[in-house]
Design a protein around this ligand. Sequence first.
Ligand code: GLA
Length: 345
Amino acid sequence: MQCKEREFGRLTDGRSVRLFSFECSDGMQLEITNYGGIITSVRLSDKNGIFDELCCGFPDLSNYLKPHPYFGALVGRYAGRIGGGRLPVGDEVYQLQLHDRHCHLHGVNTGFHTRLWSALLESDDTKAVLKLTYMSPHLEENYPGNLNVTATYTIFDNNRIDLCFEAETDRPTHLNLTNHAYFNLNGFRSSVGDHWLKVDADQVVELNEAMLPTGMLKPVKGSIFDFSELILLSSRLVPQTHELDHCFVLNQSRKDTPAVELFHNETGRSLKVYTDQPGVQVYSGNFLDGSLTGNDSKTYHKHGAICFETQHFADSPNQPSFPSTLLQPGQAFRASTTYLFEVRS
Ligand code: GLA
């Protein structure tokens, strides 16, 4: 494992932002910055030896300092929508900033993706460990509790990235963390319609017109959300007719099986995602509109990439039947996800 560190740029207050680069012996090249804990680049050869960028990202820090679609970022304190921005904790209701008239989403413009995290890098022959820490003060974005968060990326030589979140609070609060990386296994030469998808979920969270959960879980069997086998997305008319922006309820019987598998036949590239979280928000880049150009001068078109946001269900603080996102003082928060890239010949 080869690792390098350099300055990515400076914040307006003069603080230096770092960029960490990793090169695995199996060929993956990865870049992560401590600004927002963002994965800025994932590069890998295909079965014919063509080396491509697979992840939406920018070559310059300046693009990340403006609002962007959470490319590669750590999202918090709450990944996903919270209805009315209403956060009940005990007898109090904290009003969060609104993303639109219906909800708070992803920390809006001042969430964890905009914070400079402290970074510590350690490596040995086979792996590298990048430990990012951030102290979110009580009432930051109006969430209660001083919250100490650690996000540890461990990179292995077999093109594997583990992301483990740990956190503790001094007051009861809600917490739901994820990484919001966007992937295209064909190096952005086509939309995600020519990718195959498998999701280990028998149910999906039912949404209302405002894209907020109704509180009900719907069986996927026989519906367009049934990805229990590898399915070519275009054969489900995704993205031509249907868009994905849904939380799949992961089957809990899973042990070492992936929550999600994404495959691209022509390049042989695949991505497997493993997690201990109850859900995964699968989002087919519906709000990308061709206005952003990133690494290797790739332009990010509508449906040009897909996200797998492993997390708790949206609006859990207001949905008593969903697994709880409440974190109590003295309780250790832990959430982990693995991304494994492979190339099939
Ligand atoms: C998540 C949401 C989407 C969208 C993207 C970011 O996937 O579910 O609706 O907000 O993040 O653009």
